[in-house]
Structures are given as C-alpha cells and as structure tokens.
Design a protein. Structure first.
Lengths: 347, 321
C-alpha cells in the first residue's frame, strides 16, 4: 500500500489569502426599513491561506458557508468585510485587465458536471475556447494543447474524447473535462466545490487521485470544499472546519482528525459511517437544532447542540485561538491564555 | 419458517420504443420478519426500481415482466390495484430519499397524517390526530409540530415526519430508499439511530437501499450488492465486510477512504457502469474487473452459494472454479 505524501507547512509562500472575510446577505424584504427581515451571516471572520502544492479542505455541513467562501475567493461576489490577497496584493480593488488576469489565475470546479458543460458543444470546443480567449497558445497549437490537457486529466485516447459531446461521457469523465477546462488557462489556484459528491461512488476516488496528482505535478494550490470528512482526510494537507459561518477548527489534517478539539469536529467525526467501528460505538452526544445565522445573537454558534456548553458559551462569541503548533480552535474550552504559545491567531 | 418477503426472479423492463431496457434482471432475495436487509449499488443499478416493484408503484414504461414477489406467501405481482392500495402502508410502507417531495407542501403535517390514516382505517379526525401526535413523539418531534407545514421543518425533521408516517399503520416491512442521502452526516446518524431504536421496539423489517456501502455495513444484518440490474453478491454484513467475494464488492469497499487508520492510496474502480440499453456480454462487470478471465466476456455467471448464508455471481467461485 502506498501512503499519501503530505506537504509540510510553510514550504511555499502563500499565493491566495482570505483575511477576516465576512459575507452577509439580506434575508429578504425591500429597501423599506420596516420590511427588513434581518441579515444572514453566511460567513463571518474567515481567514485562510492557500499555498502552491497544498490541498486545503474546507469541511462543513450544508449552510455552513463553505461554498460562500469559495465564491468570495473567486470574486463571484465581494466580501462584506475583509480582504482577498493574491500574492500579497488586495485583489478587490483590481478592475479590467488585472481583474481578468485574476479570474484566469483562480479557477473554479463545480459540483454538477452535468450542468457545467455546454451540451451542444464537443469537448474539443469546450477546451479550446479558454485557450483562444486568454491567448494561452497560438491558434495553430490549440488542438495539440487540447489533447495534452485531456491526457493530463486521464482522458485517453485524447483524440477520441475531444470529438465527443458531454452526453456521451460518464459523470466522472465530464468532471475530468471540467477540470481540464479549468487547467487550460494555466491557473495557480483551483477552487473545487464538492467536485465528487454527484459522482458514482466507484469513480469518486479517480477524481480525488487526479487532484493529488495535479497538486504534485503542477504545484497547484487547491481549496477542496466538501461535507465528506473521509475524502478530506484522503486528499488534504490542511483541514478547516466550518460551522454556521465560523471557522471552528483548523490545522494539519491528520493532527486535527486524530485529536479533534472543537466539540463540533468531534461530533462530525463520530457521525461518519465507519464499518470497522460497528454499531457498538456510543450514541451521538450532540442534540438540538442548528442555531440561526440570521442576525445571530452573541455567543458560540454551536451552543444549542454542544454537549459541553457552559453559561459563557451563550453569552460571548469565542475567538479563534492558536491551541497548538499550526492549530486553531474557536471554543471557550480553549482560552487564549492557556494555548501552548499563549498566542492569538490573528492580531 | 418462511420469510416475510420472498422476491423470486424479479425482472423489470422499461418498455421504451425501440429497445426495452432491463432495469432489474432476474433478482431474487428474501427478508425475514424483523430483519434489516441492505441493497447497495451505484446509480442506475436497479435498486430503486426493485423497491418500487415490490410496492407496486412502478410507473409506465416500467413493468414487471417476470418473477414473483411473495409477501407472507401472497404474490404481489398481478394483485389488482384496489387490493394493492389497501396493502401498501398497512403491510409495506416506503420512506423516500427526498422528504420534501414526499410531503405535500400546502398541507400541515397533521392533515397529511389524518388523510393517510383515514384512507386506511375507520378513524375519526380527532382519533387520527391523536395517533399522529403519538407517532411524532415516537420519532422525537414535539406534538405541536402537527400544525407545522413542511417548509417550516428542517431536513432532518421532515425525514422524521416521513418515517413516522411510514410507521403509522404498523407495517411489517418498511422500504427505505436512500432515506438519509440528502442529509448532513450528523443528522444522518441521528436518523439511523432513531430507525434502529424504533426497529428494536416495534420489530418491523427494513429493506434499506443506498449507494453508501460503509453505512450499510454498520446498519444492516445482510447486504445484497447490485450491479447493472443484477444481484451479484448477497452475504451477512460482517462477512461481506471481512471477506467480500465479488470483485465489484471489493472495488466498492475500496471506494471509501477511511476516517481512521493509515492514509493510503485507494483506487476506486476503473471505468464506469455500463449503459443498460446495451450491457456487456457475459458478466456485466468484466470490462472493469481486475480479475477478468476469458470466460467472463462470454458466459454469464450464475448466482451460486459459497456458504450457507451467502452467494455470489462470479466465475472465480462455484461449480466451474
């Protein structure tokens, strides 16, 4: 059996960074103040760094804000507060040519490969468009490059796949075309939003292995968004756990999953199907409904489900504190003064 | 003792113009009273079609074209529609994948219970509502939620409501078609623990259909694996997990990374499931199989017993091996 190599932290400079990013949405109503129905805090105070050759997993349940983070990073919509830094520069001020260059550098892969490809165009067309639009290669080299891209994502013989329409491909093959299209413009960062959750189980591993392969061969920075902790463990170097718009825990994947600190991470791990553990394991401890993120009151957002909640948890929102080397947790059980370095994560 | 449900050589065709598509091909299995049996496979393998056939809710162009479905000795195939209507919910009920679609969005939860129960039993509205309240409490929802509309409930609560409805007439068998697939993993586990508790309390049998084999191994007593309309392996859950016999079963188990243990490269299964309109000859899995032999592309393997309680359809085992 081959072990999956993990990239060590800090070996490469940060390429893309979210700095205290929040994104709020109106919960409805018109511009008239009395129709106002509150503000949805989809993402609050998220800080993360992506580095070349590393896969960072953003894990959380539906509605936790993980897709919103990706969309803000891709500049599909602006953050309410906070900054997005690309190679240290604030991208939110970029317009025109620089904005286009940024969109080329940061590519997204979507969940549904059945709707993200144009059904009336052949694969060749789908892949040659970005090459031509962004002048990646001269026109006479486009076909050659398309074939190279198809080979890169494992669709061989390339000439055969280039001539096909999306409906002639399986879900896994379509997702590979979507990845090839993202790679066509030679990006530095790939944001993959649940890229395997709509695929058949037997072909999911193929896509995850392709991600590992691309990370190493092309030194890409990956953000892998998923609700599936097992797949995050499989591919990711670093894991960031989100709950109700907050980052609740962050650190090296194996460290976090071996000894989770936040009660939500523990709950999440205890809920993952695990045939080896069997049904003899203890029942879930977490109970109760998810707390609202519409005008959220102060306090920990997990308090309503937390088996370890104390009075303070309902009153004040815990900070994300460094609880160990390269490890952060947002929980009153880990006060900042008792962290091994006693250091706050963001100052 | 004869089994509660005995499916014998079930065959379902989608009679589309041109070429009929065989979605369930000669599938046989049985479920004992109070037993939890899992049916696993990828999308399009026929597992849901088989479940719908058992309930007699196949929609044209799908039709049962062969086999028998014996429930407590009575054949459900060819039963007249009125008889079948009385039979459903009372003896066999269904929990769908999407509770949102199973519930009527413009009726309160209470009204839906009352409608369903009064269609089957001579109850007053008041009695039906009383029973509905008890059922909600049974699945861990407050009685006051009878007044709620489906959109006012979370996904997990809606699924609990649907389970409560499936329990309403105390059926002997509940078919659950991907009941937790649309839910978050924590809610999924809560629902599974709930089903398990109720099953032990009330003693109904469950046919649990899912693509998630790792979940099934934990949850069910016996597991059937379907591939391209055929049942390829059937075994007790623990034995299947410890020693999968069919190469497809093994491949499926290798498609789920571990959450504990060593982090090693796993491969899934190369290729994709076949188009049922033109399935491969011989064993339908042979184009993707790592242990393929010459015979596999020619002769269709029969489902043969390899132990008292397990069987597999693969040329690596049985009479010719």
């Amino acid at each position: 059996m081959v072990a999956i190599p993990t990239s060590l932290r800090n070996e490469a400079p940060v390429i893309l960074e979210a700095e205290h990013v929040s994104r709020h949405f109106s919960a409805g109503g018109s511009f008239l103040p009395w129709t106002h129905r509150g503000v949805v805090h989809a993402v609050d105070d998220v800080t993360l760094q992506l580095r070349p050759g590393r896969i960072t997993a953003l894990v959380g349940e539906s509605g936790s804000g993980k897709s919103t983070v990706a969309r803000v990073l891709a500049r599909l919509y602006p953050p309410t507060t906070g900054r997005i830094l690309f190679q240290g520069e604030n991208v939110l001020t970029w317009r025109g040519r620089r904005a286009r260059a940024y969109r080329r550098q940061v590519q997204m892969i979507f969940q549904d490969p059945f709707s993200s490809l144009n059904p009336v165009k052949r694969v060749e067309y789908v892949l040659s468009r970005p090459l031509l639009v962004h002048h990646i290669v001269p026109a006479h080299r486009v076909r050659e490059r398309v074939h190279e891209l198809l080979t890169t994502v494992g669709l061989v013989p390339a000439a055969e796949f280039a001539a096909k329409y999306p409906h002639q491909l399986s879900g896994g093959q379509r997702q590979r075309v979507a990845i090839a299209r993202a790679l066509a413009v030679e990006p530095a960062v790939l944001l993959a939003d649940e890229p395997i959750s709509m695929l058949d189980v037997s072909i999911r591993m193929g896509i995850l292995n392709l991600m590992l392969d691309l990370k190493q061969r092309m030194n890409l920075a990956f953000l892998y968004i998923t609700h599936d902790v097992a797949s995050a463990r499989y591919v990711a170097d670093e894991i960031i756990v989100m709950y109700a718009g907050h980052v609740v825990e962050r650190g090296e994947t194996l460290t976090v999953l071996r000894a989770p600190q936040h009660p939500y991470t523990r709950l999440l791990l205890s809920a993952v199907p695990n045939p080896a553990a069997g049904l003899t394991r203890q029942r879930l401890e977490g109970r109760g409904e998810v707390r609202t993120i519409v005008d959220p009151p102060p306090g920990c957002r997990f308090v309503s489900r937390c088996p370890l909640a104390e009075d303070v948890c309902a009153r004040t929102t815990p900070e994300l504190v460094e609880s160990g080397p390269d490890r952060w947790v947002r929980c009153h059980l880990y006060p900042r003064s008792t962290g091994p370095q006693g250091r706050v994560s963001h100052d | 003792m004869s089994p509660l449900l005995d499916v014998q050589n079930l065959t379902v065709d989608y009679l589309v113009p041109g070429r009929p598509v065989r979605a369930v091909d000669n599938v046989s299995f049985s479920i004992d009273a109070g037993e939890i049996v899992g049916l696993a496979g990828e999308s399009g393998c026929g597992k849901s079609t088989a479940a719908h056939a058992i309930l007699g809710i196949l929609k044209p162009p799908a039709r049962i074209t062969g086999g028998r479905i014996l429930f407590q000795g009575r054949d459900l195939v060819g039963m007249d529609p009125a008889e079948l209507r009385a039979f459903r919910w009372r003896h066999v009920s269904l929990v769908f994948q999407s509770a949102m679609n199973a519930l009527n969005p413009v009726l309160s939860v209470g009204d839906q219970f009352v409608d369903m129960m009064r269609a089957h039993e001579p109850l007053s509205k008041r009695e039906a509502r009383e029973r509905a309240g008890e059922l909600l409490q049974l699945v861990g929802i407050e009685r006051s939620r009878l007044k709620s509309f489906p959109h006012e409930l979370s996904g997990g609560m809606r699924q609990r409501v649907v389970i409560a409805m499936a329990l309403a007439l105390r059926p002997e068998l509940i078919i659950m078609d991907e009941p937790t697939t649309a839910l978050d993993v924590v809610v999924q586990r809560e629902i599974l623990q709930e089903i398990e508790r109720l099953q032990q309390e009330l003693g109904f049998a469950v046919l649990f259909i899912t693509h998630d084999l790792s979940l099934l191994v934990e949850f069910s007593r016996r597991i059937g694996i379907m591939y391209a309309a055929r049942l390829v392996e059937m075994a007790p859950a623990a034995a299947l997990f410890a020693r999968p016999e069919h190469p497809y079963t093994l491949g499926l188990m290798r498609s789920f990374p571990d959450v504990t243990g060593e982090r090693v490269v796993i491969s899934g299964i190369p290729g994709s499931p076949p188009d049922l309109g033109s399935p491969p000859r011989g064993c339908r899995f042979h184009p993707r199989c790592t242990r393929v032999m010459e015979r596999c592309g020619v002769v269709e393997p029969r489902l043969l017993a390899t132990a008292v309680d397990r069987c597999v359809a693969c040329h690596l085992y049985g009479e010719s091996a």
